[in-house]
Design a binder for this molecule. Structure first.
Ligand SMILES: [Zn+2]
Length: 401
C-alpha cells in the first residue's frame, strides 16, 4: 500500500484547504467547496494519463467550485479542457452536478452506475418543474414526522437546474473494468448510501476511491434519495462486508482526508450500526412506538445532540435513519410493526427479541415461529417501504441529492 506523502494534511481540519494534494503516484485529491458547511467540502480525485485527466466525482456545480477546480488543476499543469472522463460514484448533487455542467462546455464523458440513472432522471424532471412524488414525504408521515414531511414538500423544487442533471454518457455495472491510462480501475456496486453507489478500486496501486461509502470522520447517510431502495441499511451493511473482504487499501473518501486503512474504518462503521440497532431496540423497550419517538429518544452526533436541536434537514436524516434501523430489526425478526388508520406506523418489540439469544443465522425455533406468525398477521401492513437514511455518530452528514 502506498504511503501517504503528506500525512500532515490528513487531519480533521486541514483536508478542506484548497489545492491539489498528491495522495498516490499520478493521483491528486482536490477538495471543492460546498454551499453549506455541514460536510465542508467534497473531494474529487484527478488521475493523470497521457491522454488527459480522469476525475473521480465532479463536485457541486457552483462558480466557487469550478474556480477551485480550475486553480488546483493549473497547479499540477492541467486545465478543465484536459478532463476526458468523470467517473461519478453516485447521483448526489455534490458529486454529480459539476460533471454534468462541465460537459456542456467541454468534450468530456460522464460515467455513472446504471442504478443511479433513475435518480438523475428524477432530478432532471424536477429541475424542469414537473411534479414528481418524493417517497421521503410519505415515509416521514408514516414515521410521525409531519412537520418534516411538510418541509420537504415546500422545498421540493428548490435550486435544481436542468444543466446539472443531464443524462450521463456511459453506464457502469458492478465489476466493470475501466482503463485509465496505464491502470485498471474496477467499479464495485456498493448500495446503501444510494441504491446505485459505486466505488472504484485500483487493486494494483492499493487505492480505493470510496465515494460516500466509507468516510473517515462521519457515517454516511443511508438511502437519502428520491427513488425507492429496499432496506438501504441492510444493503449498506452488506456493502461494508463486501469491501471488508477485499484486500485493504488506502482510503480515498469523498469527504475527509485520505487515510491509511479502509478495513479499520469499515470495522468502526459496522460497530457503530450494531450499537445503533441495540439503542433502537432499547428505545422501543422504553416505550417509544413510532420512528419519530425513537429518533427523539436517541442522541445524535458524537455530542448526543437531541433531535429537536438539529436543524430541519438533519432532523429529516435522523428520522429516516431511524426508520432504516427499525426496518433491519423487523427483517431480523426482532421488531414488529403495524400501520394505524391515519397511516402512522407503530413498532413493538418482538417476542423473539425478549428471548435475547440469537443462535444461528435463522434464530431459535421460537423466533422462526414468531416470524411466521408475524408474516401471516401483518405482512401487508409492514410490507417493506423503502426506508432511508442513516448517518451519523461523529457528525451529522448533509448529502442532498
Ligand atoms: Zn452522497
Amino acid at each position: 500500500m502506498p504511503v501517504l506523502p503528506s500525512l500532515a494534511r490528513a487531519d480533521r481540519q486541514n483536508w478542506t484547504e484548497p489545492g491539489a494534494e498528491l495522495v498516490a503516484a499520478g493521483v491528486h485529491r482536490i477538495p471543492l467547496p460546498l454551499p453549506s458547511d455541514g460536510l465542508r467540502a467534497v473531494n474529487v480525485y484527478a488521475i493523470a494519463t497521457d491522454e488527459g485527466l480522469t476525475l473521480i466525482d465532479g463536485g457541486w456545480a457552483l462558480p466557487v467550485a469550478e474556480e477551485a477546480l480550475t486553480n488546483a488543476l493549473r497547479d499540477i499543469g492541467f486545465s478543465l479542457g484536459d478532463i476526458r472522463t468523470f467517473l461519478v460514484t453516485h447521483a448526489h448533487r455534490d458529486h454529480y452536478t459539476q460533471a454534468s455542467a462541465l460537459r456542456e462546455r467541454f468534450d468530456v464523458r460522464v460515467a455513472l452506475g446504471a442504478l443511479e440513472w433513475p435518480t438523475v432522471e428524477f432530478c432532471q424532471r424536477r429541475a424542469r418543474g414537473e411534479h414528481v412524488d418524493d417517497i421521503e414525504v410519505g415515509m416521514l408521515r408514516r414515521a410521525g414526522a409531519t412537520e418534516l414531511a411538510d418541509i420537504i414538500e415546500r422545498h421540493a423544487f428548490a435550486r435544481l437546474y436542468p444543466r446539472d442533471w443531464a443524462v450521463p454518457d456511459t453506464s457502469l455495472d458492478d465489476g466493470q473494468s475501466i482503463t485509465v491510462g496505464t491502470r485498471t480501475v474496477t467499479a464495485h456496486h456498493t448500495p446503501g448510501h444510494t441504491r446505485g453507489h459505486l466505488i472504484f478500486r485500483d487493486a494494483d496501486a492499493g487505492l480505493l476511491f470510496a465515494g460516500d461509502h466509507v468516510l473517515p470522520h462521519i457515517t454516511p447517510s443511508v438511502g437519502f434519495e428520491p427513488i425507492r431502495q429496499e432496506s438501504p441499511l441492510r444493503a449498506y451493511l452488506a456493502s461494508l462486508a463486501l469491501v471488508r473482504a477485499m484486500p485493504d487499501a488506502l482510503l480515498l473518501p469523498a469527504h475527509g482526508p485520505a487515510t491509511g486503512s479502509v478495513h479499520e474504518r469499515v470495522d468502526e462503521l459496522l460497530a457503530h450500526h450494531a450499537e445503533r440497532l441495540d439503542l433502537t431496540s432499547a428505545a422501543l423497550r422504553a416505550g417509544c412506538d413510532t420512528a419519530y419517538a425513537v429518533a427523539a429518544h436517541l442522541g445524535w452526533t458524537r455530542r448526543h445532540t437531541r433531535l429537536e436541536d438539529l436543524d430541519p434537514f438533519n432532523r429529516i436524516l435522523a428520522v429516516l435513519e431511524t426508520v432504516a434501523h427499525l426496518d433491519v430489526l423487523i427483517e431480523r425478526g426482532l421488531v414488529g410493526a403495524t400501520d394505524d388508520d391515519r397511516g402512522l406506523r407503530h413498532y413493538h418489540q418482538g417476542e423473539s427479541a425478549r428471548l435475547a439469544a440469537t443462535p444461528g443465522p435463522r434464530g431459535t425455533s421460537r423466533q422462526r415461529a414468531w416470524r411466521r406468525r408475524r408474516r401471516m398477521s401483518t405482512s401487508q401492513k409492514i410490507a417493506s417501504t423503502a426506508s432511508p437514511n442513516a448517518r451519523i455518530p461523529r457528525r451529522v452528514t448533509l448529502t442532498e441529492p
